[in-house]
Design a protein around this ligand. Sequence first.
Ligand code: NAD
Length: 484
Amino acid sequence: MVARIIPVDPFDLVIFGGTGDLARRKILPGLYRRLADGQMPPEARLIGAARSGGGDSEFRESVRKALEEFMPADALDQKVLEQFLEMISYVQIDAKGDKGWAKLRSKMREDVVNVFYFSVAPSLFEPIAERLKQHGVADDEARIVVEKPFGQDLETARALNASLALHFDETQIYRIDHYLGKETVQNLMAVRFGNMLFEPLWNSQYIDHIQITVAETVGVSGRGEYYDRIGAMRDMVQNHILQLLCLIAMEPPSRYSPDAVRDEKLKVIRALDPVEPDDIVRGQYGEGPGGPSYLDDVGDPRSRTESFIAMRLEVSNWRWAGTPFYLRTGKRLKARTSEIAIVFKDAPHSIFDVPRGRHSNVLSIRLQPNEGMQLGVTIKEPGPGGMRLIDVPLDMSFAEALGERASEIPDAYERLIMDVVRGNQTLFMRGDEVEAAWAWTDPVIAGWEARGHIPSPYDQGSSGPDDALMLLHRDGRRWREIRS
Ligand code: NAD
């Protein structure tokens, strides 16, 4: 059932930060899988670039260890692994210095696609972009992949866009948001725009409300200091959740092309209403079975950063006027799950003796775990008991539908890297999109800062603070259960 794999063109991929956590856990294992699947051609070259010393053989060994650590043993084939390692080399480079760049230039081939992945701290994005051009390493055809976070507010995002624009054209810049690389997210577009079934109903006349939940069970320990400067709004809502919201709310683009899709997403962000203080709930997890409290994790008893946020949003346009979008995300919650739920209205008139407000038609799009979709429908309970109605899910779990081949669904990172090589920017954020998202986010954050808002405590393993439940209760609605 999985489509035939078409190899991409040969490429040279330089991973700045090749020895870092993201490269070891996601990028390198993903590339290995693309080679094993026959999508990455054997002529491709991977070049690790980082500050630490060492040569090709040390780096290859560290890649071998990373793959052994972060991939299931049965997913590693020794022959493919040796072939993969042979494709790899290393250059020691200080992103802020001038050594190493000439060596890197000598490694780049002119007749293949050149990709530079910035898997480093954001403070290095600009120095690397500058040096790539200064030392003649990247030409006007090269592509750069920029990791998150892309700025911390509108001002920093604008500055970063402006400095990248000095060296690279927008068509060369791939701002990565790995949520957009998920199979289900792309399926959201396929379901909406590839079928007649949903699109006519996809508006405020038929949809009661929409819920987006990104729940994590982990806390922030280990990266507490970093997280405390960011918080859930910047870490999750401004990028991942807004991107999901855009894909749900956008108008059908005229074609599936990068700018047509991104133009429509941008219009959604621009149509977002400012959020009223009463429509925002912020929280911090307390001490519990999972570990210390948020305040202990970040080592600041007076921190006012949120580890949980829930909000009610409105998209002010013809399609969505009057349909609320409820978003929530948080750490140390009950289960690890990411779900979009499109909750349809009740039938206008019920001929059966059932209460109103059941909202039995819910299209649930699950991003993790177990990517898949489910549509709740009402049917008659089988048997001779008369016309009794029950709600059942029409379930489409990709793992079940695809059987053994489900393991072949590429991870978001590997899919996105292959898109970079193919030169397809559809699933990457454009500069103006990122700025529009910050332009909406900044006043929301400034609002609670000006009010001196203190996040409410919530229990570990819960669904967040009680106030978050009220956010929907007062509208006569309820959150869907957080479950994995
Ligand atoms: P890391 O600290 O584990 O690795 C950083 C890498 O940068 C190392 O290879 C290091 O050698 C290199 N480096 C540091 N200073 C350098 C310099 N002056 N010159 C050249 N190389 C230098 O970081 P990470 O977790 O891999 O994250 C990298 C980027 O990816 C960050 O922007 C981060 O926000 C983003 N990101 C990471 C994750 C993740 O799961 N780790 C997830 C999403 C986004």
